[in-house]
Write a protein that binds this ligand. Structure first.
Ligand code: CU
Length: 192
């Protein structure tokens, strides 16, 4: 009963966003503004909070880092207090040649309030260690109620009410062939 009313409300919000921003493919919900990025580098993960909780203003946004994301550097935000929790990684990760075994696993911005009819963005610089789908659970807390954006959704089948923001991490592009000529620029640089 409650799930159904939330679903209806989200659908209305989504249709409203479509009619006012028809030129942009904007979504309500909490979503990543860029949904894919290559493995083995840093990525600016920006979470857009499109609405509150059934009309209530947002007062906290918590992002949990998935296993394939061993490094997160949260961006401070004026009007919001930043806090984070560190912990062990599920498995050691190679970050530009250094093995990391722990890191920031959860980031929380508290503040606002961000009124239901407004939107805002919350940003983390993250390192992408693994190709594949990475889901960021986002817990949105409002003056009244919470939205737990934690449900798995890969883009097909019935859409859950609270899908977790999904990032598709693409495989590494194959490196250009290394010149075999001894007088190659990289070799010269090494010797002089
Ligand atoms: Cu929504």
């Amino acid at each position: 009963m409650q799930t159904q009313s939330l679903k209806m409300w989200c659908l209305k919000g989504f249709i409203g966003a479509l009619s006012t921003l028809s030129a942009l493919s904007a979504e309500a919900h909490v979503v990543l503004t860029q949904k894919s990025a290559p493995v083995g580098g840093y990525f600016r993960a920006q979470f857009m909070v499109g609405h509150g909780c059934e009309g209530s203003a947002t007062v906290a946004v918590q992002v949990d880092l998935p296993d394939g994301v061993p490094v997160a550097r949260p961006q401070p935000k004026s009007g919001w207090t930043l806090s984070y929790e560190t912990g062990p990684l599920a498995e050691p990760a190679n970050v530009h040649g250094k093995m990391k075994t722990e890191g920031i696993r959860r980031v929380i911005w508290r503040g606002g309030p961000l009124p239901d009819e407004q939107y805002d963005e919350f940003t983390l610089l993250v390192f992408l260690a693994k190709p594949g789908e990475q889901r960021f659970r986002v817990l949105q807390t409002c003056e009244t109620g919470q939205n737990d954006w934690a449900e798995a959704y890969s883009g097909s089948g019935p859409k859950p009410t609270f899908p977790a923001p999904l990032l598709t991490v693409t495989p590494a592009v194959e490196a250009a062939p290394v010149p075999t000529d001894d007088s190659g620029a990289t070799h010269q640089h090494h010797h002089h």
